[in-house]
Design a protein around this ligand. Structure first.
Ligand SMILES: Cc1cc2nc3c(=O)[nH]c(=O)nc-3n(C[C@H](O)[C@H](O)[C@H](O)COP(=O)(O)O)c2cc1C
Length: 318
């Protein structure tokens, strides 16, 4: 009975600490770097323009306020923080201008955009990575994807040898193809190859007993809390973080490596200890770890982990 009461009390105290952490680091917090806040704000607003242009029938002169906001916010933004918001904004504004030119629409806003873009051409050379791009369903043979998905398993028989850092970055950039809410890309990946540090991190995680000694490459996936703001977004870090992590595991598989996700179902005390051991900033929420590496042998054994029949989990609503 006492242990149940302690669990309930623990749930409340962890929820309070969740709220405190979110308040301290979320997008509206005055305690976070203004450039970081501006980075996410501009990305999100520029995305509404590119998204509008990707709709079947964009309304002429849609989102005038957003367009003006993006221009003003980008003018105040320090591009040394990251050029991505500038690329996204300028590309979106250019696409917005092109769309209206094709329609033959004229408006003072479009003249403002043209002048604004011309002023930016010297500051950020083209091509601007933003706006819309052509997409073909014929380009990617869909047969590859089910094969890749079926070929992934949690691999706990890993070689401890450190992998080539360039290939690790390659895998991470593949994983960056994961979708993220408004393309805000809040996910962070911390990679470790130092055995002692990995052992320390795995000991705090606790779910790799029996194979921790063979882990020589470890990811900790986290999310920059500052990308998220307001009560409704309090858990979104986990959604984007998990989607990214899934892509990262597929990326590992495509590189020929084995990978095993490792839960971070932990309390704040352990989360802080992992942040300290891993040199992870206080404003990042931890999502999960992934042990990875070359497989011990091409043929290995994995847990069967059978899946439920799809009918058991699927509800087809009328
Ligand atoms: C978020 C998450 C946390 C996990 N944590 C652990 C863990 O701590 N230790 C472990 O050995 N496996 C862990 N796993 C692996 C699961 O046991 C495994 O994904 C599941 O049995 C399905 O098998 P498969 O990955 O081979 O398809 C985790 C998986 C997920 C998605």
């Amino acid at each position: 009975m006492l242990s149940k009461l302690l669990k309930v009390a623990g749930i409340f105290s962890e929820a309070l600490r969740d709220a405190a952490l979110f308040l301290r680091f979320n997008a509206y917090s005055p305690f976070v770097d203004p450039s970081k806040r501006a980075f996410y704000k501009i990305l999100i607003e520029a995305h509404t323009i590119e998204k509008g242009l990707s709709l079947p029938n964009p309304k002429p002169l849609f989102g005038k306020d957003k367009v003006r906001f993006v221009m003003a916010a980008l003018s105040r933004y320090d591009i040394r923080h990251s050029p991505v918001p500038a690329h996204m904004s300028l590309g979106a504004l250019q696409a917005y201008a092109n769309f209206h030119a094709r329609l033959g629409v004229s408006d003072p806003l479009l003249d403002e955009i043209a002048a604004y873009l011309a002023a930016w051409e010297d500051r950020l050379p083209k091509p601007w990575q933003g706006g819309t791009r052509d997409y073909s369903f014929n380009g990617q043979p869909p047969g590859d994807l089910p094969q890749l998905m079926a070929s992934r398993s949690s691999i706990r028989t890993l070689r401890p040898a450190p992998l080539d850092p360039d290939r690790i970055v390659e895998a991470i950039s593949l994983a960056q193809l994961a979708p993220s809410q408004c393309n805000r890309q809040s996910t962070r990946v911390h990679t470790y190859q130092d055995r002692a540090r990995i052992q320390e991190l795995l000991a705090l995680q606790g779910g790799s007993r029996g194979f921790a000694d063979n882990v020589g490459n470890l990811f900790v996936v986290s999310s920059d809390i500052c990308a998220w703001g307001g009560p409704g977004q309090r858990n979104q870090a986990y959604v984007d973080g998990a989607l990214f992590a899934m892509c990262l595991m597929f990326a590992c598989r495509s590189m020929g490596w084995g990978a095993c996700p490792l839960n971070l179902a932990i309390d704040h005390r352990t989360e802080s200890a992992i942040r300290r051991a891993g040199g992870i900033p206080a404003g990042e929420r931890l999502i999960l770890m992934i042990a990875f590496g070359e497989p011990i042998a091409p043929q290995t054994r994995v847990a069967f982990s059978p899946r439920r029949p799809a009918a058991e989990i699927a509800t087809l609503h009328a």
